[in-house]
Design a protein around this ligand. Structure first.
Ligand SMILES: [Zn+2]
Ligand SMILES: [Zn+2]
Length: 143
């Protein structure tokens, strides 16, 4: 996937949470496992899963559940990075770790990849934030 082609504004907050969750799972995940994790109705999950599959982020493995496609995996890595860059920015202003996480989760879906790339660059490609490591594999700048 060409990362230059994503704006970062493609997905709703709910879809973002699903992709991030799936990135942390090993292999395929059953729909009811996802609905249990998020505490929502399986029928709601199914609808969203079908949309994510149609958009090419997920693939359905018969009898085994869903799994991220390569595109989904790349996108999910961007989502994690965006969250962590923004959390780090908040920490720089003295907001504590948990609060930064919660605040960022409220608006991260609205911040474009272009802006994240710029912040990342101006921060000097930081490798760690309050909520985990930051990868720069897909940054346009080499360290
Ligand atoms: Zn966080
Ligand atoms: Zn970077």
């Amino acid at each position: 996937m060409n990362n230059g082609s994503i704006t970062g504004l493609e997905l709703s907050p709910r879809k973002i949470e699903y992709l991030k969750y799936l990135l942390n799972q090993d292999g395929s995940v059953k729909t009811n496992q996802i609905s249990n994790h998020f505490g929502v109705d399986p029928s709601t999950i199914t609808k969203t899963i079908i949309e994510l599959s149609n958009e090419g982020y997920l693939k359905h493995i018969p009898y085994r559940g869903v799994q991220l496609t390569d595109k989904g995996q790349e996108y999910a890595k961007f989502l994690v990075k965006r969250h962590r860059i923004l959390s780090l920015m908040f920490s720089h202003y003295g907001i504590d770790k948990d609060e930064a996480c919660t605040e960022v989760a409220r608006f991260e879906s609205k911040v474009s990849k272009k802006v994240i790339d710029q912040i990342c660059d101006s921060m000097g490609h930081p490798t760690i934030s309050a909520c985990g490591k930051i990868s720069h594999a897909e940054c346009n700048y080499l360290k």
